[in-house]
Design a protein around this ligand. Sequence first.
Ligand code: PFF
Length: 448
Amino acid sequence: MSASRGKFNSRIGFILAAAGSAVGLGNIWGFPTQAAGNGGAAFVLMYLILAFCLAYPAFMAELIIGRHGQANAVESLRKVSKDGWQKKFAFIVGFGGILCAALLMSFYSIVAGWMLAFTAEPITTLVGATDTSNWLTAQSTSRNLIFTLIFTLLTVFIISRGVENGIERWSKRLMPALVALLVSLTVYVLTLDGAMDGLKAYLIPDFSQLFEPSLIVSALGQAFFSLSLGTSVIIIYGSYVAKNENLVSLGASVTLIDVFIAFLAGLLIIPAMYVAAAQGVQIFDANGALISGDTLVLTVLPALFDGMGSVGVIVALAFFALMSIASLTSSISMLEAPVSYTVERFGIARNTATMVIGALIFATSCLIIFNFNTLFGFVIALTTQYGQPIIGMLCCIFVGWIWHRSSLLEELKSGNEHVENQLFWKIWPWYTKLVCPVAIALVFIHSL
Ligand code: PFF
């Protein structure tokens, strides 16, 4: 089986693919709005602490399980388990993660569809197709169905091409485009009137909020979502990493890129909101808090772009193209989780597996679209507030309590001979064993 498995061909290929999974709507949309609503720089600071102290160790746990197993999430977890109950536990955690990834994709592709529709809108406006422009930007079942389908097909196309020709090649193309767009937009927005007020709101901390329980819960949830944890995605990507790669530095690179891009997105979005305010757009809600969620991205920012005149059309196009690209590099990782399992477990051809699973996920998206008010928020809460933290915590338990320490060390030594003498090995094993599960459980219980 291993001979037919895909593999990342280069270190940079893995870094860009894993960073592509990590960097998505969570960074460009979620992080800035959560920062805005939770004391600005205080949230940024807590996010940095939790991303490096809790999410990075959990990320490493999943990465190592995958690289050791060289198989889909269920099989990789089974390889570190010993007797009967451990193997069953491995199945529950691995399959739970796969289900979580598939469910995540069912709502993520709806939101990503909105981004595609908003990318098309400046073009229809430019050619004077006003009715189409209105249809593209207003919530409707038909628009949601069509753009969710287009987005799902794009994801299916990339995943059907496999690891090297699909995930790696497209991540290498899309990630640099994303960074270039993000940096250009940020530089541009920072030159506009009102941007400096936004910069202050984003960067000057209100330390009184730093230990607010709700801030900590939001920051941890955001860090887990952002690093794609608890979905078996990192286990799968880890399984495509060559044995001569240094996992400690690979994991650190991906975490750093993810945090950096989230921070950069904040430098774009928050100042952009204040620029919009300077142009008369409403950016505070009735309670005086900054507007967040879909109102921000789908109302405030388009109003800002409208106010810019003809250049606004280009900026709007660039901004929503950026959001679409970021979503695509994340959704491909979500689809890869169930596809790799099905291909390896049932010996089905990748093309067939991708199409069947893509169709099932699209059917779930349709169910959500037709029952939007009841299901949309429910599926988001189920996957991001419950599924991801619980499964992420169980992966830490696997590494800390089930996997034999000497076998774990052997895996880490592959590609990093001296890891035993490094700070990482002195801290990470007991940290993952004790601190991570307890801290995640505490935050999780609190969020309930
Ligand atoms: N990390 C992605 C984001 O920040 O948008 C979302 C995500 C991707 C979550 C893949 C989970 C996952 F498995």
